[in-house]
Design a protein around this ligand. Structure first.
Ligand code: UD1
Ligand code: CA
Length: 459
């Protein structure tokens, strides 16, 4: 049985925030959610989250509305150290046999990768395994003390360490894996007789050595994996490190990023071949870009799929929309949820589209609002066209059939239909259906007033 215990009771005072620390985000996702997602990749039999400060908010954030989840919460109040925190999880750990293991993770160390955790579990070899790292500045960390034969014999916390021990560069990341039954036994034997008066999880190392249980160490693949967040400065630093890593993975996969240092992915981005992404774009939720998609600078794309060869120009927002192949969007276009843009269609500057289908080759190039509309193929939507979809109470649909031409500055008061090949003259306010193939207009006839004079300023 594999148990994963995630420590998340700490206060996070240096964040200067009312939000519990583990709910602060990296790449748009709470730190604890990163830890949980990585933990789940190991297919554990049980996940226990130890909460303390802000316990109710942390719990609420991860329980479904039904209160159902795959997580067991254990409360640690007050917080008496990392060993005491894991003690609170002990009643919930599952045991089944000799290969039982418990992996301890920190809720504020969000980016330890599943591969690193798998290597740690493999290194365990039925004993205790520690994730350690050699760093240039070990101040503050627990130090890994090894004997002459190079075997780990104990961990000494910085505050309890001698000068000689403080010179050790190999530090404890805090992450470890242990045989569950032994961990239970060791945690029953630790004391708080130390500089901080806390129950240290790290004291289990010396107990394992005394019990002749093998202690091994493994190292993370990348240094950013074990960076913890205690302050906004550290959060910002880790955000950049992770964005750099995500950018690197996309570059490796063949995506061109105009500047990998000016790229933000807060979700999942799936790209085809030869995709180009200019500077300052933000991707959220799940975004798919097919082969040859070009994304101009400063675009925001959320939960969207974009077809092959489509070009998105600068400052365009795409949210909850689908765009087919070889379309053109922007600059300054806005697609809202339910926008479905057909192949070779064009959506130009200051055009907003919501809950609408735009057929193949149709164009709305300037200043328009298209809401709750079904627009066929090869339709031209003139500048300033507005679908009046909302009567103040209900939304109504506008239907524009193939090859229609909507003159500039028209208002289509829904529900209304423009027939196939119909033309609306500029400035039409359409309140009844426009018949197919005919010209429809609604205008006051133009007159010129003879003899009219401009008023003059009184002397
Ligand atoms: C701990 C380790 C240290 C290691 C360092 C890595 C111990 C005694 N020391 O140090 O060897 O180098 O992490 O960052 O384990 N937590 C609780 N309840 C508590 C105390 C802590 O849930 O009572 C949680 C915190 O929220 C945090 C994690 O445990 O997620 C580590 O706590 P922190 O105080 O940062 O660890 P240190 O004592 O600095
Ligand atoms: Ca810490």
């Amino acid at each position: 049985m594999l148990n994963i215990v995630i420590l998340a009771a700490g206060l996070g005072k240096r964040m200067q925030s009312d939000l519990p620390k583990v709910l602060h985000c990296i790449a748009g996702k709470p730190m604890l959610a990163h830890v949980l997602d990585n933990a789940r990749q190991l297919r554990p039999d049980r996940i226990v989250v130890v909460t303390g400060h802000g316990a109710e908010r942390v719990r609420a954030a991860f329980e479904g509305e039904s209160g159902q989840s795959d997580i067991v919460f254990a409360l640690q109040s007050p917080q008496r150290g990392t060993g005491h925190a894991v003690q609170q999880a002990l009643p919930h750990l599952l045991e089944g046999g000799a290969d039982d293991a418990t992996l301890v993770l920190y809720g504020d160390v969000p980016l330890v990768q599943p591969d690193t955790l798998r290597r740690l579990l493999a290194a365990r070899d039925a004993g205790l395994a520690l994730l350690t790292e050699t760093v240039a500045d070990p101040a503050g960390y627990g130090r890994i003390v090894r004997n002459g034969a190079g075997e780990v014999i104990r961990i000494v916390e910085h505050k309890d360490a001698s000068d000689a021990e403080r010179a050790i560069g190999e530090v404890n990341t805090g992450i470890l894996a242990a045989p569950t039954a032994s961990l239970r036994d060791w945690l029953g034997r630790i004391t708080n007789d130390n500089a901080q008066g806390e129950y240290y999880l790290t004291d289990v190392v010396a107990l394992a050595v005394a019990d002749a249980v093998p202690v091994r160490a493994a190292q993370p693949a990348a240094p950013w994996e074990t960076l913890g967040v205690n302050s906004r400065v550290q959060q910002a630093g880790l955000e950049r490190a992770w964005q750099g890593e995500q950018a690197r993975r996309l570059l490796e996969a063949g995506v061109t990023l105009a500047d990998p240092a000016r790229f933000d992915l807060r979700g999942e981005l799936v790209c085809g071949r030869d995709v180009f992404i200019d500077v300052g774009c933000v991707f959220e939720g799940r975004v798919e870009l097919a082969d040859g998609v070009h994304v101009g600078p400063h675009c925001v794309l959320r939960d969207a799929s974009v077809g092959a060869g489509t070009r998105i120009d600068a400052y365009t927002h795409v949210d909850g929309a689908r765009v087919a192949d070889e379309a053109r969007l922007g600059p300054y276009a806005r697609l809202r949820p339910g926008a479905d843009i057909g192949p070779q269609a064009h959506i130009g500057n200051f055009v907003e589209v919501k809950q609408s289908v735009l057929g193949a080759g149709s164009k709305a190039n300037h200043l328009a609002y298209i809401g709750d509309a079904t627009i066929g193929a090869r339709v031209n939507v003139g500048a300033g066209t507005i679908t009046c979809n909302y009567d103040g109470v209900n939304k109504h649909r506008t239907i524009i059939e193939d090859d229609a031409f909507i003159g500039s500055d028209s208002q289509l008061v829904a529900p209304v239909t423009v027939g196939k090949g119909a033309t609306l003259a500029a400035g039409t306010t359409l309140t009844r259906d426009a018949p197919a193939g005919r010209l429809t207009l609604s205008r006051v006839a133009q007159t010129t007033v003879e003899g009219w004079q401009r008023p003059r300023k009184k002397p």
